[in-house]
Write a protein that binds this ligand. Structure first.
Ligand code: AMP
Ligand code: MN
Ligand code: MN
Ligand code: MN
Length: 281
């Protein structure tokens, strides 16, 4: 039987709640044979995850989830099988981390204006890795009793039109794909159904992505419904993209996304790991 693949996950290095080694342990327990660690805009967790995977007899795909702004919209692009020592990739990620630092402070200032003090310090204290994510603000605000759940914080504080919202200019698509290519990785559009694009805008995104050297798109994702999977499989086949599959696991606290429970890719989709370009041996 082929190894079970989960090509999208997060650790404490970004906004996950497990340390890289703990994540690998959890993946092994869940029966996953090939796991990609794809933290937001950082590869800091890869070394520890690789060491743990080696010890556990599991294949670790070094990855990253890059924040991209495409036509004024935030899009996430996975780089799979990257060389984390690549200078162009690390220079690009460093820019994104610097922007994140500024944005975190700005979110804190805006929340303070809305009467919530100390959110920046609170979020930073929760962020154990290099990056501060909106997830850390959400966790802090839940802890302080400002909302009942992380979801509620996003809804009431952190999205467009709410007091802690900061509009973002992330990486442009072309340089982001260049960084992934120079690092020897394969670029995959993360959770494409999450962006609520019209069918024609999604086709435009996929077309542009492929022209710029992008290889695949997530068809199966922890954040896709069964209808999303069917729809993304159709786009994937029509646009001749490779298909990827990943839980987007952030840790055991989020009980509706579990490791090792991904449905199979629909028929006719070619998995990224069966492609000749697959950079992982
Ligand atoms: P950031 O990249 O810092 O803007 O944070 C984005 C992260 O926040 C995503 O990767 C998710 O982990 C999390 N997130 C985004 N929207 C929501 C939501 N509605 N509910 C819970 N978590 C969310
Ligand atoms: Mn996240
Ligand atoms: Mn994402
Ligand atoms: Mn993710």
């Amino acid at each position: 039987m082929p190894a079970t693949h989960d090509l999208h996950s997060h650790s404490l290095a970004s906004d996950g709640t497990l340390a890289p080694a703990g994540l690998v342990q959890a993946a092994q327990t869940a029966g996953i044979g090939v796991l990609a660690l794809t933290d937001h805009d950082t590869t800091d967790g890869i070394a520890a995850a690789s060491a743990a995977a080696h010890a556990a007899g599991l294949r670790l795909v070094p990855g990253v989830e890059i924040s991209v702004t495409w036509q004024a919209q935030t899009i996430h692009v996975l780089g799979l099988g990257i060389d984390t020592g690549n200078a162009a990739l690390q220079a690009g990620l460093a820019q994104l981390c610097a922007f994140r630092d500024w944005r975190a402070e700005e979110i804190g200032r805006r929340l303070a204006r809305a009467g919530i003090d100390g959110a920046w310090a609170g979020a930073r204290a929760l962020a154990q890795g290099r990056i501060v994510s909106r997830t850390h603000f959400a966790q802090h605000l839940v802890g302080q009793g400002h909302a009942a759940s992380v979801r509620d914080v996003f809804r009431h504080f952190l999205v467009n039109g709410k007091p802690g919202y900061v509009s973002c200019q992330w990486a442009e698509l072309e340089p982001a794909l260049d960084w992934i290519r120079s690092a020897g990785g394969m670029a995959v559009i993360a959770h494409p159904a999450r962006y609520r694009l019209t069918a024609s805008r999604l086709r435009r995104l996929v077309g542009e992505f492929r022209e710029l050297g992008g290889a695949g798109m997530e068809v199966v994702s922890g954040s896709h419904t069964r209808d999303n999977i069917r729809a993304m499989a159709a786009v994937c086949r029509n646009e001749r993209m490779l298909a990827s599959s990943g839980s987007d696991y952030h840790g055991p606290d989020n009980c509706w996304i579990r490791l090792g429970e991904l449905p199979a890719l629909p028929a006719g989709c070619i998995p990224v790991w069966e492609s000749e370009q697959w950079p992982v041996q």
